[in-house]
Design a protein around this ligand. Structure first.
Ligand SMILES: [Mn+2]
Length: 472
């Protein structure tokens, strides 16, 4: 693995200085709350606030008395997952990042990631979230859909508190982009893996474009891991990348709602037969002309090879890159996403085609925050954490973004002040979304950025393809 990170603008990514302890955010929990153990059932989460409420009041948890250890019998419990969350929250407020291994030793990290990776790698590219709404036990089921969270740990904890934790009848589908930009990508990703391991049939983690070697080497996650784990950092980073490769690409909820990080994808180019292995076919394969682009099928999606560190932008395996990087457009048709250098742009006509072909009602995708939306003609801004982009005969296309006050670090004083949002899908059809917008948890604990946010390109557009080639 190369030790130098690609840098789109030629700026060097230097190691951030070690963070000073957050002296202004130390707290002394009161005696009564310090003794509280979060052993209540997950359903209680809607009424009980375990974590720092909006406004930045101290966490009700005491300092971790001991570091996290892997359960002796190897099976995670609800209290183990809640304990992990509270210790991550505590550590983010009270410890310098270099002390993170005192909370989560590398051996425990290894067990968690290995266990999660085994589950994730077995899942199909398109995970089916099936709820039996006719069944008596299914009529109280709901699905919470979450968009980009980008290492904003405290906002994720708040979201889980607000929506209620995963449980027998509360499913979660996360649309990817767990890491990068925010200072707690590792904590965020690991706590979601913990939920996945604890409730593999209730929690679904899809891959975002940031769950890749290329993005994490530019937007902070690699540096974050190297900082937090020191001389074990390379090992930890490699294990995370291996886990990213296993993340499924898309979900189909109740047979009616398609979700993916970027969205739709092209049909696989025709493979040249041995007889016609001429120049013409080769050219079409490596550089498909606009006229040859057509929407891919769910069957093609299911067959795509997703285990790649960086989804390729050329060649024959283009579906993962499309699903992770594409954006909707108000212009009809399908065209290459030249702004991003990978993926597609698709118009309302293609949303209708896709919905109609599979008798779906809704596409929920993520991938565009307030910064990206500022530059998109004809598409709404991300102030509320979601937008309804296409309204067509068969249904709707929604963009969902769950990182409020994003990005955590930015060069200008003026912030977007965007809300984040999550969606709840309820029976009987799970296709009429309820939007829940929420504000960022403030104040955020102090942290240093892990990437050069002043010089790095503003949005994750314009892939530095040369860097990707050298990194592959
Ligand atoms: Mn994205």
């Amino acid at each position: 693995m190369s030790s130098s990170s690609p840098s789109p603008n030629g700026a060097s990514l230097s190691s951030p200085p070690p963070a000073s302890p957050h002296d202004d955010s130390f707290f002394s929990p009161s005696a009564e709350t310090a003794a509280a153990t979060p052993a209540t059932p997950a359903t209680a989460a809607t009424t009980t606030t375990f974590f720092t409420p909006v406004g930045g009041d101290p966490s009700p948890f005491s300092s971790p008395e001991a570091q996290i250890s892997w359960p002796a019998d190897g099976s995670l419990t609800l209290s183990w997952v809640l304990d992990l969350m509270s210790k991550f929250d505590w550590a983010s407020r009270n410890l310098p990042p270099t002390d993170f291994p005192t909370v989560l030793p590398v051996e425990v990290f290894d067990r968690l990631v290995l266990t999660a990776s085994k589950i994730l790698h077995k899942e199909p590219n398109l995970v089916r979230v099936d709820l039996d709404a006719d069944d008596d036990s299914g009529k109280d089921c709901r699905v919470v859909v979450v968009g980009d969270v980008h290492g904003q740990l405290h906002d994720v904890l708040h979201l889980l508190n607000s929506a209620g934790f995963p449980s027998e009848n509360r499913f979660f589908v996360f649309n990817g982009d767990y890491v990068d930009r925010g200072a707690w990508g590792l904590e965020t990703f690991l706590l979601l893996l913990a939920w996945k391991v604890f409730m593999p049939e209730r929690v679904f983690l899809l891959r975002g474009n940031h769950e890749s070697k290329y993005c994490t080497s530019v937007y902070g996650f690699e540096q974050e891991v190297l900082t937090k784990y020191g001389d074990r950092g390379k090992h930890v980073y490699r294990k995370c990348l291996g886990c990213f490769e296993g993340l499924p690409l898309a979900s189909l909820i109740a047979g009616r709602v398609y979700t993916a990080h970027g969205g739709l994808f092209r049909s696989k180019p025709v493979t040249p037969s041995k007889r016609s292995k001429g120049k013409k076919n080769r050219r079409i394969n490596s550089n498909p002309e606009v006229s040859s682009l057509s929407l891919g099928s769910l069957e093609e999606l299911s067959k795509a090879r997703r285990s790649v560190l960086d989804p390729p932008w050329e060649g024959l395996n283009l579906i993962p890159g499309d699903v992770l990087w594409s954006d909707p457009s108000m212009t009809p048709g399908l065209s290459p996403n030249t702004e991003r250098g990978i993926g597609l742009l698709w118009g309302p006509d293609r949303t209708e085609e896709f919905l109609k072909r599979y008798q779906l009602k809704l596409i929920i995708r993520s991938h565009e925050g307030p910064d990206a939306r500022e530059k998109r003609d004809g598409l709404a801004g991300m102030d509320e954490g979601y937008t309804i982009d296409h309204v067509v005969e068969s249904g709707r296309l929604i963009t969902l973004f769950s990182a409020p006050d994003y990005p955590q670090f930015q060069a200008t004083q003026e912030r977007y002040n965007n809300k984040g949002a999550y969606i709840i899908l309820e029976p009987p059809n799970f296709d009429n979304p309820t939007f829940n917008s929420f504000e960022a948890v403030t104040p955020r604990p102090k942290a240093n950025p892990y990437y050069d946010y002043q010089d790095v390109i503003d949005s994750d557009e314009e892939l530095d393809l040369a860097a990707m080639v050298s990194e592959t």
